[in-house]
Write a protein that binds this ligand. Structure first.
Ligand SMILES: N[C@H](CCC[C@H](N)C(=O)O)C(=O)O
Length: 263
């Protein structure tokens, strides 16, 4: 099958996107997705997304991790598919679409390269020793640390993601350090389903922002800037001490190149 694909990146978290509104692709074999995402033998990406039609919504987002398996919600992927929808002319400056964790609202800049994506509300944050564990559309483990720049995120992230508690379902592991320059944080993430560190993780930085508000007991309307290896993201939300709502993940979403491939 001859397929046109588009390569997007959101703060260095990168994806292959395919316009499947004609439902040309009925299903995607795990091995084929993994091969497309392979950084040596394929196009190379942290994940792959299909943009599909969905009655009552602008589109449906189908997300696959680089390991080829259909994944849970991808925040940066959600921002990139909104930019892709604008590029295709499916939307103009706001959208409501369906994803694996429910309905998402988003707005996009006129230039089409900056997206603010609403994430699901969060009420439950658990502790695992001194780490925070919460689900922002994907499951996340958040651990405060120091000297993050020098940390071996692969080894330490791999060990937590594969320990007896998390091995079966997996979990995304976020290491966070308070920024010296801003009110925000520096975050590095070992991502489930990529099974490696990524340059950014949208649901991950969202989980970090919420966990830090809980940790610091800050309430009200909060805006948290977060630096990641691939750039800068911002998370805005309300926290009343119990529930996190009106959560928006904001940042760049850029088209890198487009091409064609024989699947
Ligand atoms: N790897 C994640 C899904 C993608 C999350 C990340 N790319 C994001 O931007 O949220 C998981 O399987 O839980």
């Amino acid at each position: 099958m001859h397929i046109k694909f588009f390569k997007y990146q959101g703060a260095g978290n990168d994806f292959v996107l395919i316009d499947n509104r004609e439902a040309t692709i009925k299903s995607l074999d795990n091995k084929l997705v993994a091969q497309i995402c392979d950084r040596r033998f394929g196009i190379g990406a942290d994940g792959l997304m299909l943009l599909q039609t969905e009655p009552g919504y602008d589109f449906r987002m189908i997300y696959y991790n680089a390991d080829g398996k259909e994944g849970s919600m991808c925040g940066n992927g959600g921002r990139c598919i909104v930019a892709f929808a604008k590029h295709l002319g499916v939307i103009t400056d706001t959208t409501t679409f369906q994803a694996v964790d429910g309905v998402h609202y988003a707005k996009i800049s006129a230039e089409g390269d900056w997206v603010s994506l609403q994430m699901i509300d969060v009420e439950v944050i658990e502790k695992d020793n001194d780490a925070y564990v919460l689900n922002t559309g994907s499951p996340h483990y958040v651990k405060l640390t120091t000297n993050l720049e020098a940390k071996n995120v692969y080894n330490e992230g791999y060990a937590i993601r594969n320990n007896t508690k998390y091995k079966t379902e997996g979990i995304n592991v976020n290491f966070v350090e308070k920024s010296k320059e801003t009110e925000g944080y520096f975050v590095r993430t070992f991502e489930r389903g990529v099974e490696n560190e990524t340059y950014a993780c949208g649901t991950g930085v969202t989980a970090v922002a919420l966990a830090m508000a809980k940790h610091n007991k800050t309430f009200g309307t909060i805006s948290t800037p977060i630096k990641v290896l691939g750039g800068d993201l911002n998370i805005r939300f309300n926290f009343d001490g119990k529930k996190f709502s009106n959560i928006f993940l904001e940042g760049p979403a850029k088209l890198v190149f487009e091409g064609e491939v024989e699947l």
